[in-house]
Design a protein around this ligand. Sequence first.
Ligand code: O2Y
Ligand code: MN
Length: 587
Amino acid sequence: MDKTLTSHAGLLAWVEESTRLCQPERVHWCTGSEDEAQWLISTMVAAKGLIPLNHDEWPNCYLHRSNPNDVARVEDRTFICSQSPDDAGPTNHWMAPDEAKKLLYSIFEGSMKGRTMYVVPYIMGPAGSPFSKVGVEITDSAYVALSMRIMTRMGKIALETLGTEGAFVPGLHSTAELDPEKRYICHFPDEKERLILSVNSGYGGNALLGKKCFALRIASALARDEGWLAEHMLILELEDPQGEKLYFTGAFPSACGKTNLAMLESIFPDWKVRTIGDDIAWLRIGEDGRLWAVNPEAGFFGVAPGTSEKTNPSAMETIRSNTLFTNVARTDDGDPWWEGIGPAPEFLTDWKGERRPGDDTAGGRFSQPNSRFTAPAKQCPTISPHWEDPQGVPISGILFGGRRNDTMPLVLEANSWEHGVFLGATMASQTTAAAGGAQGVLRRDPMAMLPFCGYHMGDYFAHWLEMGKRIPNPPKIFHVNWFQKDDEGNFLWPGYGENLRPLLWARERILGVGEAIETPIGTVPTPDGMNLEGLSLAEGVMERLLEVNHDRWAQECDAIAKHFETFGEKLPPALSAELEALRQRVG
Ligand code: O2Y
Ligand code: MN
């Protein structure tokens, strides 16, 4: 073992213990260097685990095809292994920690025979930030090591940050036999250093342990204990024509356009929108009494299908080089291709490796619906110069949002922090391909954290309410819904760059201006309260987008009451009170 990279006794002991258990042929400590990345790439290309793409058009870009049984996060095989099932709560799967360890360690035993074990030290958060945290992932997947290099600050920098005695979150991962029946993603929030164990998947959030496992599930438990928030939120910067900047976070369920919003192309040339992060925010109360946010990640793991020059030109520029594509199709010229990028060429090799005519629609999709790009955030043309500020950025507005055909207006301002927490706690969205399972079903997804909260969601709501009491100058909270449809099923709102308009209205409200009407469900813009310059909507559409339908809201109150029953005695009284008050107002 190369002890020259670290003399951290705890880390060396854990790597030794894991080596004894998994029995790899060799152990490689990742440094994060460019040479190492190229060595990993060439090793994977030789083993057919990566396919080079057209180097002239897509320099240093590669395609990875995962096992077709392993294409998305697996919520039903994801466990919170707290001592008590009550701490995991009704929305998580729970396994007793000793039972989980026994089961998973038996799968890990000898799982890396003949393979290389990569030790991947990484930092979540900017290097040098007081809010960053170190993790170490041990994995037998070179794809994971390469992806972690893009998604985190990986290698020597993390070991330097760790020093000889620093704390780190250990995560042991093996693709084992990729057996979906023995696939487990387990989190141990009650261990002293916490712990993540993941077996039998090599895909995304199941395998890149810094992302959903650490930065959300484990971090949300840390945040509860330490008095901060770890959230499934984008962070964006809005700069006005005078150069004044204001920052929003936004919580949206998986595949609701968070990446597109984080990289929004401004429709007004003198207003700038810049990206701080597209998926996760760590938020703390600053000395100035405001809430400050850091993006713990260093890259984007974005959904490829639907991404195009039209829908997200910034993402297209970001992924032009140094990007790993997973489960997209490939053209004969070696370009990556997916549904929504543009017209299909004459032939395409689909995500499973079968070459078919581009017009073979009967043969099914060419890219997997949850296919992804993994790209460095620093390549994003809209990345903010403040994206790595060690103290983060001060948040003025929090957006909650979901994909709803009706009921929720285009934009809604909460009456108070408690009401905002209520809006977050009752968020609902039609499901998409990101989580596997049925699509298009309305599911409650509080704060977009349903799959990611590492403890009882009732306690999580209480933590949010408690945080509100502790923030002297809290952000305003809004709910947005870009996805309302007319009776023919067409979207009423054009979305994408046009989403700047509701954002500008939210900004005005934060600044204490902005034409608004109070309604039973919160405050909405007057029909001409938003800047609609240059937008031609059919008559009555704006009214419909902002409508509060009392009958629907009476039904919504019943649905919320049912949703709240899930949390039993742990539902904070402040949220039941919000529901009762809403019922009274809706009539
Ligand atoms: O991790 C996966 O398997 C895909 S899901 C995902 C990827 C990037 C960002 N967010 C998500 C999500 O499900 O929220
Ligand atoms: Mn996400």
